[in-house]
Design a protein around this ligand. Structure first.
Ligand code: ADP
Ligand code: MG
Length: 235
């Protein structure tokens, strides 16, 4: 699903430059659930943003679902992003003046899906994250966990190949974090490929594989026995 080879990225500020990704190599197969771990500043978000086509690498190759992601014009990049990728952020990034339902329906609007179909699909994804009864509520009427569930429904609405989440539980207390992770595990159970950036060990262990980043290189990459939130007794 994802193949990256020798990925490099630097940021330039005046005369200074910061080499953030220093030759990243890794592959992700269809259906995997991968945690990208590392301390703050290790390059996790930079890597995820490149995978999510929100940013471009300086060097190296990135193949997503057999498509080379390189030198795409803005329009094509936007189309691939919309079709291939769903993004979830730490701060939810919902549109404050739109209802939960309209937030979820938004990516479908950009895909040219008709209104009635949009509403129906958005509702089924809200249902999937347990928020059918909250469809008409505005983001400021929702708790943090509910907002993140809306954001997950929105990311899934266009049925992306890969779900990318940057610290999706970073703004949530641990009980709410686990509820969100339970939903993400259920989505992965249905076959969706998922990458989650986190610096929290317990969250990483709810994935099936942990890729450990330090100072812009992968220092460890291992498959693990996934902790199932559903089976945890003390949450
Ligand atoms: P992480 O997500 O692991 O905390 P980031 O990928 O956000 O790390 O950042 C890696 C390094 O790159 C940090 O030192 C950060 O300050 C720097 N950085 C991130 N984005 C930019 C940017 N747009 N311009 C300049 N420096 C940046
Ligand atoms: Mg980050």
């Amino acid at each position: 699903m994802i193949e990256i080879k020798d990925l490099h990225k630097s940021y330039h500020m005046g005369n200074n430059s910061l080499h953030v990704l220093k030759g990243i190599n890794f592959n992700v197969e269809d259906g995997e659930m991968v945690a990208i771990m590392g301390s703050s500043g290790s390059g996790k978000s930079t890597l995820l943003n490149i995978l999510g086509m929100l940013d471009e690498a300086d060097q190296g190759s990135y193949v997503l679902d057999n498509t080379h992601i390189k030198n795409l014009n803005e329009k094509l990049a936007a189309r691939y992003r919309n079709r291939f990728l769903g993004f979830v952020f730490q701060s939810f990034n919902l549109i404050s003046y739109k209802s939960a339902l309209d937030n979820v329906a938004m990516p479908l609007y950009y895909q040219g899906v008709k209104r009635s179909k949009r509403t129906e699909r958005a509702m089924s994804y809200l249902d999937k994250v347990g928020l059918r009864d909250w469809a008409t509520h505005m983001p400021n009427e929702l708790s943090g966990g509910q907002k993140q569930r809306v954001a997950i429904a929105r990311a899934l609405a266009s049925d992306p190949k890969v779900l990318l989440a940057d610290e999706p539980t970073g703004a949530l207390d641990s009980k709410t974090s686990y509820e969100v992770m339970e939903i993400i595990q259920a989505i992965n159970d249905e076959g969706k490929t998922i990458l989650i950036v986190t610096h929290e060990d317990d969250i990483a262990h709810m994935c099936k594989r942990i890729v450990h980043l330090r100072d812009g290189v992968i220092i460890d990459d291992q498959r693990i026995d996934q902790v199932r939130v559903k089976e945890m007794t003390n949450v």
